[in-house]
Design a protein around this ligand. Structure first.
Ligand code: MN
Length: 290
């Protein structure tokens, strides 16, 4: 099932190039009283809502996917977790480019089995999340602001100390993630957390539709120019192991997002540019930069 959020927070069932308005299923969610537990209630209840979503399609109005304003498919993630330096060729380009490492973020990981083993994972502010239709607002004009296209994993249920062997059963689904980044000396959590610096979309594809998230061709173009093209089969630390690492440190809640790392080809964008990202099975999206 492919589910989007659009316009002023409507819920859409995506089939082909049509969005069916199934917003009425929101009425099935329980009313919450303070203090609200962490996580995204819709993602938490998604499995049990699926039959209602399918039923709501009958009689629902529909619009073209290209004509709606897409919001993040996850409304309220408690956190966005991200893996640094998780493709060998991106490690190499980071070492070779002073504009990327700034003599601070050096990618060497000799003596460790992986960059994640050396550097761990990092957090992006949940307030950085937007959908494809909202676009990216450059927060650091005059500096190098880069696209990083990544496979994004959305957690479906509470997870703590999950072993990699069990990890995939905690996944609600997948989408495209853009880990927007200003290059510089500051900590990653600062450089990657500006408002709009995490783009998720175009919609959530539930895990049952993706047989192998470790093998999906993906790419990004800027103004039609190819920039990054890769496949998560080349991840140094794979999806299941990332969930193990993340859930060791953090309790994962429904709707939490794991950005799995970007491949080589990161490069700058500026206001007026349009990024076009696609991942096999997860759709494609245009994201404007302003
Ligand atoms: Mn990244």
């Amino acid at each position: 099932m492919k589910i989007c959020r659009y316009d002023e927070g409507r819920i859409g069932l995506v089939e082909g190039d049509l969005v069916y308005d199934v917003t009425a299923v929101k009425d099935r969610l329980p009313a919450l009283a303070w203090p609200v537990p962490p996580g995204d209630l819709f993602i938490e209840r998604l499995e049990e809502l699926k039959p209602a979503i399918q039923a709501a399609k009958a009689g629902a109005s529909s619009r073209r996917l290209s004509e709606v304003r897409l919001l993040s498919p996850v409304a309220t993630p408690s956190k966005v977790i991200a893996a640094p330096l998780n493709y060998h060729a991106h490690v190499d380009e980071s070492l070779a480019d002073a504009q990327i490492h700034n003599n601070v973020h050096i990618a060497h990981y000799e003596g460790f089995k992986s960059p994640v083993a050396k550097f761990g994972v990092f957090l992006k502010a949940a307030t950085s999340v937007v959908g494809a239709g909202e676009g990216v607002k450059i927060a650091f004009p005059g500096r190098r602001n880069d696209h990083e296209v990544e496979l994004a994993v959305v957690i479906g249920r509470r997870a703590k100390d999950v072993a990699a062997a069990d990890a995939m059963s905690y996944v609600a689904g997948y989408c495209i993630g853009l880990d927007m980044t200003v290059r510089g000396t500051e900590d990653r959590s600062y450089r990657k957390s500006a408002d709009t610096y995490t783009v998720l979309g175009p919609y959530l594809v539930t895990a049952d539709e993706i047989a192998d998230p470790g093998n999906l061709d993906f790419s990004i173009e800027v103004n039609g120019e190819p920039r990054q093209r890769a496949n998560p089969r080349d991840l140094i630390t794979g999806v299941a192991e990332l969930i193990e690492v993340a859930s060791h440190v953090y309790t994962l809640y429904p709707g939490d997002v794991i950005l799995t790392g970007t491949p080589e080809g990161v490069n700058t964008v500026k206001p007026g540019d349009v990024m076009h990202a696609r991942i096999q099975g997860l759709g494609e999206m245009d994201v404007a930069v302003r």
